[in-house]
Design a protein around this ligand. Structure first.
Ligand code: HEM
Length: 136
């Protein structure tokens, strides 16, 4: 077994590469508002496309390349492009629980995890082996 301890930051970066939910649950505005300089009427359906936000070539160099150090190297400014748990009042209430999950994941010697996904309502990982152990 090769040692590949996944810190919270690398777990988050892995999700940035292949977010589980490519888009948020549908939300609605509760008043006339402005988003990114665009006027949005009250009671408008709003859906954030996480995949697009986290793969924007305008802000990220080689957005499709798996680079676990991307966020770590850049004083977290790119973390704003990374919204696996959603954003605002409707964001995931399980975020803290998910981040403190009591499991460690390690790669298997000689195997490279496949970081592509099958597309659907959620992004499903391709089949590959991974070692899971209880966190010490
Ligand atoms: C890696 C783990 C997880 C990821 C990536 C994740 C991601 C998300 C995302 C993207 C949403 C939609 C947010 C939005 O529409 O803006 C969501 C909603 C939600 N998540 Fe999670 N989640 C995770 C784990 C969990 C866990 C562990 C729980 C509960 C223990 C949980 C409970 C919920 C609930 C109840 C909602 C619906 C919230 C609402 O609509 O008010 N999630 N999650």
């Amino acid at each position: 077994m090769s040692e590949l301890p996944l810190t919270e930051a690398t777990i988050l970066e892995t999700m940035r590469h292949s977010c589980i939910f490519p888009f948020a649950l549908p939300h609605s505005t509760t008043s006339d508002t402005e988003i990114g300089g665009h006027f949005v009427k009250n009671k408008t359906l709003v859906v954030v496309i996480f995949w697009s936000v986290s793969h924007d070539p305008e802000y990220l160099t080689e957005p499709d390349v798996f680079n676990p150090k991307r966020i770590l190297n850049d004083t977290c400014t790119k973390a704003e492009l990374f919204l696996p748990f959603g954003v605002g009042m409707g964001r995931c209430p399980g975020e803290i629980l998910a981040k403190i999950a009591f499991l460690d994941f390690s790669s298997v010697d000689g195997e490279t995890p496949i970081v592509d996904s099958k597309y659907g309502l959620t992004l499903k990982p391709m089949n590959f082996n991974v070692l899971v152990s209880k966190r010490q």
